[in-house]
Design a protein around this ligand. Structure first.
Ligand SMILES: Cc1cc2nc3c(=O)[nH]c(=O)nc-3n(C[C@H](O)[C@H](O)[C@H](O)COP(=O)(O)OP(=O)(O)OC[C@H]3O[C@@H](n4cnc5c(N)ncnc54)[C@H](O)[C@@H]3O)c2cc1C
Length: 353
């Protein structure tokens, strides 16, 4: 019997074990983790586990990944969000789609998902609580599912090339001190923090700019309907400009942006146009909001089945140089890469007999 080692019992490693067992219940699997299995699943989606995202167009789906887009076209064709939700339902995890298309378990509980997934592999795999620091001998096939932080070092010990890690999906610190008193004030999916800006819009921006050198300018959408603001200004010539602007954005923010006291009659159209965006200077990432990293195992090292070329090693999940935006995309990468790698391992076992 061929022996399989999975290093990492996060979402990708555990899902891979489930898929292997479904294909062959007698398979010999050992999972190594320095911590308890699926601990990393617990905080996901604010403990609700945003396990995937609904979009039936695989090409559009891949666009939600600032790194890995082209590689993922064929991946989602073979195992999509729909395959995931169907398979989760078979595991006893019914899901629902939120208005914003993010998908959650009906129980809204990541610990429920954890229990269901672990239940499936209970007594069917060996679990060894141990940090793996050197390549393993004695296994026919090895899967690296370690996530990024310690995983890159281990991958390099297996002579697998990695791309430098950078924080992604983070808040950003800003240079402009006058905005730092606005902590908690929000607009357009952006929220001020005590050292900068955060929120879904900023996470996306930080992800797209993960490799950009600081400091850099960020242009944040401020007032969407500038024509309406122009109309209000025109219709209220005696009103303070700042108080009219406050109808469109939080008052405390308007107070910082519009420094000068002036009536609407004295405001030029070009001045109003500048309020479409708020331009700030990002000085560094604020790693408090950190969710994933850009970087990891170079995609040039693996084939379309997540197998390292010329080695009996597979790399899945966050350890890959693929990362998605917020919305369930990073977990979907775990499910898809795990399923495809599991199928490939099963094929390999059958052809190696
Ligand atoms: C707060 C937070 C919320 C998130 N929410 C969401 C969400 O709602 N939706 C979403 O799609 N994504 C979310 N993510 C991202 C998502 O959690 C990750 O993409 C996902 O956990 C990656 O899974 P993985 O199995 O590849 O790696 P990990 O989850 O990192 O698991 C790797 C496992 O390997 C173990 N390990 C590492 N190195 C070694 C070693 N050398 N030896 C032995 N064991 C080792 C670790 O202990 C760990 O258990 C969130 C992330 C965070 C931090």
């Amino acid at each position: 019997m061929k022996k399989i080692a999975i290093i990492g019992a996060g979402p990708s490693g555990v899902y891979l074990a489930i898929k292997l067992i479904e294909a062959n219940p007698k398979i010999d699997i050992t999972i190594f983790d320095k911590s308890d299995p699926l601990i990393t699943l617990l905080p996901t989606g604010n403990k609700r586990c945003n396990l995937t995202y609904k979009n039936d167009d695989n090409i559009e789906y891949a666009k939600f990944y600032p790194r890995g887009e082209k590689f993922l076209y064929s991946v989602f064709k073979r195992y999509s969000y729909l395959d995931t939700t169907e398979d989760f339902e078979k595991l006893g995890i019914k899901t629902y789609v939120q208005d914003d298309l993010r998908i959650f378990p009906e129980t809204n509980s990541s610990s429920f998902v954890r229990d269901k997934l672990l239940n499936k592999i209970k007594n069917k795999v060996k679990f060894i609580k141990k940090e793996i620091k050197e390549p393993l001998d004695n296994y026919d096939y090895t899967v690296l599912a370690t996530g990024l932080k310690s995983g890159c070092k281990l991958a390099e010990k297996y002579n697998i090339k990695t791309i430098e890690l950078k924080p992604s999906l983070t808040g950003l610190k800003i240079k402009e001190k006058e905005f730092l008193n606005l902590a908690g004030v929000s607009f357009n999916n952006i929220i001020f923090t005590d050292n900068g800006v955060s929120g879904p819009y900023i996470y996306k921006l930080s992800s797209i700019n993960a490799y950009k050198k600081f400091p850099y300018e960020i242009k944040l959408p401020l007032i969407d309907d500038i024509e309406k603001l122009k109309e209000e200004v025109k219709n209220n010539p005696k009103k303070q400009f700042r108080s009219v602007v406050s109808k469109f954005i939080p008052k405390s923010l308007a107070n910082v942006i519009i420094k000068e006291e002036k009536q609407c009659a004295n405001v030029k159209k070009t001045e109003i146009d500048t309020l479409a965006y708020l331009t700030l200077t990002a000085t560094s990432t604020d790693n408090k909001g950190e969710i994933v990293h850009a970087g990891g195992v170079d995609l040039g090292e693996i084939d379309k089945n997540f197998k390292v070329k010329n080695k009996n090693i597979w790399v899945i999940g966050e350890l890959l140089n693929i990362d998605g935006l917020t919305g369930g995309f990073n977990l979907q990468l775990c499910w898809s890469s795990a399923k495809i790698a599991a199928d490939d391992i099963i094929n390999k076992i059958n052809s190696d007999i």
